[in-house]
Design a protein around this ligand. Structure first.
Ligand SMILES: NC(=O)c1ccc[n+]([C@@H]2O[C@H](COP(=O)([O-])OP(=O)(O)OC[C@H]3O[C@@H](n4cnc5c(N)ncnc54)[C@H](O)[C@@H]3O)[C@@H](O)[C@H]2O)c1
Length: 196
């Protein structure tokens, strides 16, 4: 078990890639705090527990800074530490500069960028105190592309990549990248080399 007893927060864990990460982390022995604004996250955790894993669901919107803070505080006070944060929750709103509405663009920034920054800020003091920790951010192919019709997402996620360079964390560039790496994650430095 590669993640035995690691306290791991996974955002956007009610479905899709986030749910798969939560399940896999639990299978590897992690104690998973699964966050999502959808109540389905409870079902994912129940299923993990039925299979012998450990997972607790938290229903919240990660753009609600106080709700996110109190969730991280609860995880930290119950477990005494936070080992991993997986910034997975994101939204995809196809559009372009001609048809985008500013409010929609702002919503994407709030979820895909600001909440990622806030999550890092909340867990960083715990990781610094422990002298260890991992922050993993899932991004999207469009975030590293140059098709200007995809720029709305690109603006958010590409900058979130830069955030992670600062945080020294590891990031997953795309599903294809994940499949190439058995551990599931590529280092940001590697992804960055691919960009240049
Ligand atoms: N699906 C793909 O083909 C693909 C490819 C490359 C990268 N990605 C990336 O992988 C990640 C997950 O993708 P997915 O396809 O599983 O997405 P998804 O839409 O299936 O799931 C995202 C989850 O995040 C949750 N979420 C969104 N905003 C939230 C908020 N403000 N607060 C709390 N929870 C919130 C949603 O409720 C949902 O359960 C994303 O970061 C995405 O950019 C996806």
């Amino acid at each position: 078990m590669r993640l035995k007893d690691r306290i791991s927060i996974v955002t956007g864990a009610a479905q899709g890639i986030g749910a798969a990460i939560a399940r896999e982390f639990a299978r590897e022995g992690a104690l998973v705090a699964a966050l999502d604004r959808k109540g389905d996250v409870e079902k994912v955790c129940e299923d993990i527990r039925c299979k012998g894993g450990q997972a607790t669901g938290y229903v919240l919107d990660i753009t609600d800074q106080e709700a996110y803070r109190s969730c991280v505080d609860r995880v930290a006070s119950q477990s005494g530490r936070i080992d991993t944060l997986v910034n997975n929750a994101a939204v995809w709103r196809p559009g372009d500069i001609f048809t985008d509405k500013l409010d929609e663009w702002r919503e994407v920034q709030k979820i895909n960028l600001e909440a990622v920054y806030w999550g890092c800020k909340l867990v960083a003091p715990h990781m610094a105190r422990q002298h260890r920790g991992r922050i993993i951010t899932i991004t999207f192919g469009s975030g590293v592309g140059h098709r200007w019709r995809c720029r709305r997402l690109c603006g958010g996620e590409r900058r979130s990549g830069q955030l992670h360079e600062i945080a020294g964390s590891r990031t997953c560039d795309s599903r294809r990248a994940c499949q190439r790496d058995r551990s599931g994650f590529h280092s940001y430095a590697h992804v960055n080399r691919e960009w240049s």
